[in-house]
Design a protein around this ligand. Sequence first.
Ligand SMILES: NC(=O)c1ccc[n+]([C@@H]2O[C@H](COP(=O)([O-])OP(=O)(O)OC[C@H]3O[C@@H](n4cnc5c(N)ncnc54)[C@H](O)[C@@H]3O)[C@@H](O)[C@H]2O)c1
Length: 274
Amino acid sequence: MSYGLLKGKKGIIFGALDSNSIAWKVAEQCHAEGAEFILTNAPVALRMGQLNALAEKTNSDVIPADATSMEDLGKLFDAAAEKFGKIDFILHSIGMSVNVRKGKEYIDLNYDWLAKGWDISAVSFHRIMKTAWDRDIMNRGGSILALTYIAAQRTFPNYNDMADNKAYLESIARSFGYFWGKEKGVRVNTISQSPTPTTAGQGVQGFDGFITYAEKVSPLGNATAQDCANYCVAMFSDLTKMVTMQNLFHDGGYSNTGVSAEVIQKFEPTADNE
Ligand SMILES: NC(=O)c1ccc[n+]([C@@H]2O[C@H](COP(=O)([O-])OP(=O)(O)OC[C@H]3O[C@@H](n4cnc5c(N)ncnc54)[C@H](O)[C@@H]3O)[C@@H](O)[C@H]2O)c1
């Protein structure tokens, strides 16, 4: 379904890797709603070759940028300025922990890997906004979004140092969001999404068990990547102009549920459970 909510709007979408990626679905939905945008990802991700199919489908350019490189980001935003003049939205859909990838437990973190994952997953949001700020590329009323996870507020042991990265990411949204609002009339928010079966999601130890648990706890069930794309469109549209500096839970009610009847039932002392 599409409503033309983003007709005439231009943007940059970071982080579509393959068709499971949340950013992939966001790009498809933004296209359906009438937006034009540039797709970007780290050069190494582009070499995997799938992004070109999305670019073709959405009539977009692909410009590589490592989100930790100010030089790459500068070139990307210069290209966006040349193509569009000003833009209206940015999606940061980037996350990676070297410690998670290499199976290092939280109490035994490798600090060099920690620093790398923090830069990619959190500081890159500041780098992107700083690059956009210096070029004064955002139209007033524009919207900047990053994707996050509830492990920023509550402990999920297997989420490892990504929990700390997400807490930092959400803080950057508030801190930089103040200046964007005050001086440029632009919104900055994070969307805290349900567990979603993507490359990044499935990298977390015990993901399959956990996603089922979240499904059983959430009154509406887990929000899918497509649901998240729809929410991102709403946040990029003119319908949400006064929402800024918020962490917005998009999780079927998980974040406000203590326990569900299904979970209680699992632990009832019945013959089956003992
Ligand atoms: N999947 C989940 O369960 C879930 C839940 C909540 C939030 N999120 C967040 O959603 C966002 C998107 O993740 P996803 O689940 O779609 O997985 P994904 O693996 O499809 O996307 C992660 C993206 O980050 C990109 N990336 C990594 N290093 C980069 C770098 N140096 N420069 C630029 N890009 C880089 C990857 O190439 C990839 O496209 C992430 O921030 C993730 O933490 C995911």
